[in-house]
Design a protein around this ligand. Structure first.
Ligand code: NAP
Length: 281
């Protein structure tokens, strides 16, 4: 029997139990997987005592950075990304990993997209974009452009990527003119803003920038609820390739499960199983 959990605040919305329980059910592994509401104030106590009966746990907001000083080991990717989303509990020690970045790259690979030498435009400059931009730079992207409402946040992400990888990236404001201009030469557009997400009123006001894209371009919306955002609908109607955020969510979970179980998993098979499960929710 393996005991796992996801911690965060809020936590009710988390799809992690569905992802991990589907995988463990498919593998025939007896398990429990709990959603645990752990507030900022409760984190230290949870890491010192509460988590010790678990084999591992996932972390979401607001704990991804805050947990780091309390861990016994932090792997290279988590050090580089400056956040931990997976902790394995081993012989009373806490080992931290970050599977978000590789989950993102896996989702692209699964779609048949190779980032090497590609021109990429990213909308947003928050937590997920700081991870994605670093991983794209490390995967050999030719040009990365970050467009964000608040220019200073885009600059911060660009400076972090330069410092950690030596890759210079372009940053600018998220205006329709800039979106249209930068999309002209781009192979991949990533939406890393919550524009179009369920429960968020705001959306892109104008989708005409999509017309600047080459017919071979891929539009990747990191949102997974709804699975088909307005952005993806417009892109599909123009004949562009599209991808939603479910793949990233599932692959980061599969990579975490490999760490918890210490074995290689059949990603193609399990991704399909989890996808089917999430579609039927
Ligand atoms: P975050 O840290 O809060 O960053 C949000 C970003 O979106 C900021 O750059 C913000 O710009 C921008 N933004 C917010 N509202 C906007 C608006 N009305 N107009 C223009 N820009 C706006 O959030 P995050 O954690 O990076 O998450 C961003 C999105 O990625 C969410 O939709 C989330 O669901 C998705 N995500 C998906 C996965 C996955 O596994 N598929 C994982 C993580 C996140 P400012 O800097 O100007 O505030």
């Amino acid at each position: 029997m393996i005991k796992l959990a996801v911690i965060g605040d809020p936590i009710a919305h988390s799809l992690s139990p569905v992802v991990h329980s589907t995988v463990l059910d498919e593998l025939g592994i007896e398990h429990s997987y709990e959603k645990l509401l752990v507030t900022k104030d409760e984190l230290t106590d949870f890491l010192k005592k509460g988590c010790k009966s678990l084999a591992g746990f996932s972390l979401t907001m607001p704990h991804k950075k805050a947990c780091m000083p309390h861990l016994d080991f932090i792997d290279d990717d988590a050090q580089l990304l400056g956040s931990v989303n997976t902790v394995k509990v081993q012989e009373n020690k806490l080992l931290g990993f970050n599977t978000d970045g590789n989950g993102f790259l896996h989702a692209l690979k699964n779609k048949g997209f190779d980032c090497k030498d590609k021109n990429i435009v990213i909308f947003g400059a928050g937590g997920v974009v700081s991870t994605v931009a670093l991983k794209l730079a490390m995967a050999g992207a030719k040009q990365i452009v970050i467009l964000n409402r608040t220019l200073s946040s885009a600059q911060t992400v660009a400076e972090n990527v330069l410092e950690k990888t030596g890759k210079k990236i372009i940053f600018d404001s998220l205006t329709l003119d800039n979106m249209s201009e930068y999309c002209k030469h781009c192979d991949l557009v990533v939406n890393g803003t919550p524009l179009g997400m369920e429960g968020v009123d705001a959306n892109f006001e104008d989708f005409s920038f999509l017309k600047s894209l080459k017919s071979s371009s891929l539009v990747f919306d990191l949102i997974y609820k709804p699975s088909q955002t307005k952005l993806l609908n417009h892109a599909s109607s123009l004949g562009l390739e599209t991808l939603n955020g479910l793949g990233m969510l599932i692959f980061q979970g599969l990579i975490a499960d490999e760490l918890f179980l210490e074995r290689e998993l059949d990603f193609a098979y399990l991704n399909k199983k989890v996808e089917d499960k999430l579609k039927n929710l």
